[in-house]
Design a protein around this ligand. Structure first.
Ligand code: GLY
Length: 360
């Protein structure tokens, strides 16, 4: 069996890796470099609680299942690639600015609600003006930049083939047979998977079949602390931002703006992120700005992932992960590879690409 995957982000690589392990001949076509778009720009959080505020029941269940798959997924990538991915389950504090917000957090989770002084004992950099915080010891993170490199290696070592700098331009279809046209060639496969993140709807097709994924820009910062200052021990959420300790830096994310395929960084976003982070942790005012970047999340019209077979047999899609591309990766790999191999994947039935009127 031959599968052509469009997109070497975390989803395309993880699905391709699973398929290659199952003996499938897999070629991934990547418009730029593997894992250098949203996978690289992300914060690497595996945060089913913190990201659950606007999720529906199916998405929350999928997120929890995927978070549970993460420890094995990370260990297997490390074994097969020989590279570390930095998976850590070191928990998250979700800060409540008011008593009302604290009660909302309590309703969302069965985890411990800490008083302000308990939260500050766990994270001394927190502002004195918080009302409390939810402490979820199961929230985790992975070094997403290291993950991208490791996953690409694991995929190649499993026998997968990767063609960087080769953008898919068009899907050419005859009945249930499809091929991907690029500027350099035409690649036919028994199955085609579009896993091109925010670019997934940009590929031409003879008939409307690719669901309307769209880019949602996120800007992020990385700060370095002054000498002899410790980083927070866990991820902290609050004030509309999140703070992620990663190696020797603190990542601050993220804005959400819809400005097409623009990944320029702006002073406005820098100030917005810094103001909010400093209000949450006043000491950050003296930290040094080390990096500022932007990436494009793949958004979907209803905010849910888009996973499964299109109305054209043998043409599959994995996009629309929006804020949860890293969190969802193991569950996306498991379910979409299963579908491509011809088995059922009831876990993603409600995420079918066929739910959109434009392409059904
Ligand atoms: N997962 C965090 C974000 O998308 O900003």
């Amino acid at each position: 069996m031959k599968t052509i995957i469009v997109g070497a982000g975390v989803a395309g690589l993880a699905i391709g890796w699973k398929l290659a392990q199952a003996g499938v001949d897999v070629l991934i076509l990547e418009r730029a470099q593997p894992a250098r778009a949203a996978t690289w720009a992300a914060a690497g959080m595996i945060a089913p609680t913190a990201e659950s505020a606007h999720a529906n029941a199916d998405e929350t269940q999928f997120a929890r299942w995927s978070a549970a798959l993460w420890p094995d997924f990370a260990a297997q990538i490390e074994t097969q690639s020989g590279r570390r991915v930095g998976y850590k389950r070191d928990g998250a504090l979700i800060v409540a600015p008011t008593d009302e917000a604290a009660q909302e957090l309590r309703a969302r989770s069965n985890k411990a609600l800490l008083t302000a002084s308990e939260a500050r004992a766990r994270e001394p950099l927190l502002s004195a003006s918080i009302a409390g915080a939810l402490w979820d010891s199961d929230e985790a993170q992975v070094d997403n930049r290291a993950l991208g490199v490791a996953l690409a290696n694991a995929f190649l070592r499993a026998g997968g083939k990767l063609s960087p700098n080769e953008a898919a331009v068009r899907i050419e279809t005859e009945g249930s047979h499809h091929a991907v046209r690029t500027p350099f060639g035409l690649y036919a496969g028994d199955n085609i998977l579009i896993a091109a993140g925010a670019w997934s709807a940009e590929i031409e097709t003879g008939t409307p079949v690719l669901p309307p994924a769209r880019p949602v820009k996120g800007e992020m910062l990385a700060l370095t602390p002054p000498a002899n200052t410790l980083l927070p021990r866990q991820v902290v959420w609050g004030n509309g931002v999140y703070l992620v300790p990663r190696e020797s830096r603190l990542l601050i994310g993220a804005t959400m703006r819809e400005t097409g395929f623009d990944i320029s960084v702006t002073k406005q976003a820098e100030n917005w992120l810094l103001d909010r982070a400093i209000a949450l942790m006043p000491a950050l005012a003296s930290w040094t700005l080390d990096e500022h970047w932007a990436g494009l999340r793949p958004g979907s019209p209803d905010g849910l992932p888009i996973l499964g077979e299109t109305r054209l047999k043998n043409l599959f899609v994995a996009t629309g992960q929006f804020r949860n591309g890293i969190l969802f990766a193991p569950a996306v790999a498991e379910t979409v590879s299963r579908l491509i191999l011809g088995s059922a994947a009831p876990e993603i039935r409600s995420f079918t690409p066929q739910r959109f009127a434009e392409v059904s």
